[in-house]
Ligand binder design. Structure first.
Ligand code: NHR
Ligand code: GAR
Length: 222
């Protein structure tokens, strides 16, 4: 709950299938996350995540970035759309557009992203293939606060898993996604409970600085 005891409000931004959105929907319904999803916004029309939102009775909006003249114009419209729903937290869930510093600063300390790598390693795209190409033995996923620096904001929660012989990018993506669906609801739960916050560029849990990796979750061999 926020200070005035109104339910915590989330706006979730997506670009695609929305499996993380689904995990968050399920965790709000089960009561794990003490918050409500006020709206889902996609920058791509016709994606499965929009269908998931409709199925759950959540307002869904499309803001197609190809219809805007540049990033600044798109981001201004996106901010206006999001702020109509007065969110306490903006959740990037497979959202694939880089956001301008103006946008990132507007939501500083109240925007999370999930990135499929052990940040600070492998910022940007194609993380699973890059892990394989480098011969890494470990991979994973990180929930972090979003700042103007792409994938550079302070980590909140990180799950690690072993790379196995014979893994290809699809196999890694699938095991990483299973962990995503655990750690994103957990991070949002902590934020909604007022336990997780960003302060002076650091993630704090219960007022204590988290390690540079964020709260670490070692996973089973699943
Ligand atoms: N914006 C800021 N300012 N800071 C972050 O940390 C952000 C962000 C926007 C998105 C997600 C991120 C990821 O988890 C994210 C974090 C898209 C790209 C990208 O290159 C890179 C990183 C992330 C998301 N997007 C291309 C672009 O030109 C488009 C790619 C596509 O449409 O498929 O925006 O990895
Ligand atoms: C997730 O694996 C997420 O980590 C990744 O996209 C997938 C979205 O899946 N995010 C990025 O690569 C961000 N650049 P979903 O739409 O099923 O949640």
């Amino acid at each position: 709950m926020s200070d005035d005891s109104q339910p915590v409000r989330l706006v979730v931004l997506i670009s695609g299938s929305g499996s993380n959105l689904q995990a968050i929907i399920d965790a709000t319904r089960s009561g794990q996350i003490p918050a409500q999803i006020a709206a889902v916004v996609s920058n791509r029309p016709g994606v499965k995540g929009l269908e998931r939102a409709k199925q759950a009775g959540i307002p869904a909006r499309v803001l197609d970035h190809t219809e805007f003249d540049g990033r600044e114009a798109f981001d201004r419209a996106l901010m206006a759309q999001i702020d109509e729903f007065s969110p306490d937290l903006v959740v990037l869930a497979g959202f694939m557009r880089i956001l301008t510093p103006t946008f990132a600063n507007h939501y500083a300390g109240r925007m999370l992203n999930i990135h499929p790598s052990l940040l600070p390693k492998y910022q940007g795209l194609n993380t699973h293939q890059r892990v394989l190409d480098a011969g890494d033995r470990e991979h994973g996923v990180t929930v972090h606060f979003v700042t103007a620096e792409l994938d550079g904001g302070p980590p909140a929660v990180q799950a690690r898993l072993a790379v196995r012989p014979g893994d290809d990018a699809a196999a890694l993506a699938s095991r990483v996604q299973r962990q995503e669906h655990r750690i994103y609801p957990l991070a949002i739960q902590w934020f909604a409970q007022g336990r997780l916050r960003m302060h002076n560029g650091q993630s704090l849990l219960d007022g204590e600085p988290l390690p540079a990796s964020g709260y670490l979750i070692e996973t089973e061999a699943d």
